[in-house]
Design a binder for this molecule. Structure first.
Ligand SMILES: [Zn+2]
Length: 477
């Protein structure tokens, strides 16, 4: 009898799972119709080429930074965009902050379009073409910053210059907010936000770097998706330190400080943080899951049942998908004895953590303490920031970005997502809830891999699309 009941329940369960998957279809939504825009693609390509030739490399050591190259970049913005510089008011902040204000016809909450003009260093000998020469070959522009993030800065400036030339005036103010120290967690963007705060300015939309138009990243979905970040993870560096009596290596104790630290690392890696399905990821599953293969629909339409499976799979796989589901810990530094025959009086390992959902620096340290479970290992948090709040996908700001993306990448499905890296836009959390993170270009897997890596380059036919995107967005502001 019990056997029959279990069988009946199983049949009901399978039926529910199948029915839910079958009903999991894209919502009826009208895509935005493409408004044609006019711009010079050649001008945009040449602008980005010249931007790449400014060697605006950021270093944590200020001695190494070439201020002349940063200034050369800012001068380029003046020389290359005469109409924009005539029309928009320019203010400088801190060492690198640049803020243009394009005055709108009406009062009201403005739009802020962000970008950064510094880049990370290169290992030049590992590049196939020089990274700062502005070489265009076979329809591809080579150079550090072509994807991160001079392409969007170029797109913003080109779009505004074109629209101003065509007599367009935005409805509300639009600010162009650029920093030249994003890659070293600098103060440029923060100084601009402080200015906004002092003036009581609360942007209706802030758009910064983040997601892109990508293909083949979502399981079971073969189409293109435009991933627009609506939140970003927090960050924390921690050190695990242990002390010993030191001594000569010829007569070691049964367990030395390095052994205890090794155990600590293994323990932490064996006990990942808990699985969390945050709003941005739930919304991404709801948007793209509805367009995925039936096998994946079974999962995404029935997360109430399959969450444990997803938890297990992502725990095993690691990588991006896993990083969207939990707080992560990456061990990155180690420090022990300076000599091979001396037991270190102190040894430490350092980890870089990315916090998510309801995890805070305090709760994360508490969890680590519980896992390590060794009073001789000190856990010291260094710099830390909380995960950002989630920006709404019902706001006007979101609708405008979505609209301009749909107009420009006509075959891409716009979806919210959680950005697992940090960006300068986190500073805006203190003045607005409407922060979106999208790098305004289509990027292949190879291109995404070249960001902060070798051989960063962009096909020139993508440069114009970024201009078109910003022209459409500005017309909605
Ligand atoms: Zn960047």
């Amino acid at each position: 009898m019990i056997g029959w009941i279990i069988l009946a329940l199983l049949i009901v369960l399978v039926a529910v799972v199948l029915l839910r998957a079958a009903a999991f279809k894209p919502k009826d939504e009208k895509r935005a119709e493409t408004v044609p825009v006019e711009y010079s693609e050649e001008h945009a390509i040449e602008t980005l080429r010249q931007m790449v030739m400014c060697k605006t490399v950021s270093y944590y050591d200020p001695e190494k930074v070439d201020e002349g190259e940063l200034e050369k970049f800012r001068q380029l913005l003046k020389d290359r965009f005469p109409k924009l510089n005539e029309t928009c008011e320019l203010k400088r902040f801190d060492r690198t902050g640049v803020l243009y204000r394009w005055k709108g016809k009406n009062e009201g909450d403005p739009t802020v379009l962000m970008s950064h003009y510094d880049v990370v260093p290169v290992e030049e000998e590992q590049w196939d073409k020089p990274p700062f020469a502005g070489i265009i070959e076979d329809g591809v522009l080579w150079g550090r910053g072509t994807l991160d993030n001079k392409n969007t800065l170029c797109g913003i400036m080109e779009a505004a210059e074109n629209l101003i030339s065509q007599g367009f005036v935005p409805d509300k103010d639009i600010y162009f907010a650029f920093a030249g120290d994003e890659e070293i967690n600098g103060t440029g963007a923060d100084a601009i936000v402080s200015y906004f705060k002092e003036c009581g300015i609360r942007p209706a939309l802030v758009l910064d770097e983040g997601g892109a138009v990508v293909e083949g990243v979502f399981p079971g979905f073969a189409g293109k998706m435009a991933a627009v970040g609506v939140a970003e993870k927090g960050l924390m560096d921690v050190e695990f330190i242990t002390k010993s009596k030191g001594g000569h290596a010829s007569a070691p104790p049964p367990h030395g400080p390095v052994g205890y630290l090794a155990q600590t690392v293994v323990n932490v890696e064996k006990h990942p943080f808990r699985f969390q399905l945050t709003k941005p990821i739930a919304e991404m599953f709801d948007t793209i899951g509805r367009r995925s293969s039936f096998a994946m629909k079974l999962v995404f339409a029935n997360l109430w049942l399959f969450k444990p499976v997803l938890n297990m799979l992502t725990k095993k796989s690691g990588g991006e998908l896993n990083a969207m589901m939990r707080t992560t810990v990456a061990f990155t530094t180690m420090d022990g004895s300076k000599a091979s025959n001396v037991i270190p009086p102190q040894a430490k390992v350092g980890a870089n953590m990315r916090l998510m959902g309801t995890d805070t620096p305090e709760s994360a340290v508490a969890y680590l303490k519980q896992i390590v479970n060794n009073p001789d290992i000190e856990i010291v948090p260094l710099r830390a920031s909380n995960p950002s709040p989630n920006s709404s996908t019902d706001s006007d700001g979101w609708k405008r970005v979505k609209n301009a993306v749909e107009q420009t990448w006509t075959d891409a499905v716009v979806t919210p997502y959680l950005m697992i890296q940090c960006s300068d836009s986190r500073h805006y959390n203190r003045i607005t809830d409407n922060i979106y993170k999208f790098s305004c270009a289509e990027m292949s897997k190879e291109e995404r891999g070249s960001i902060h890596g070798n051989n960063e380059k962009i096909p020139v036919d993508k440069i114009g699309l970024t201009v078109a995107f910003y022209m459409r967005l500005m017309q909605l502001c």
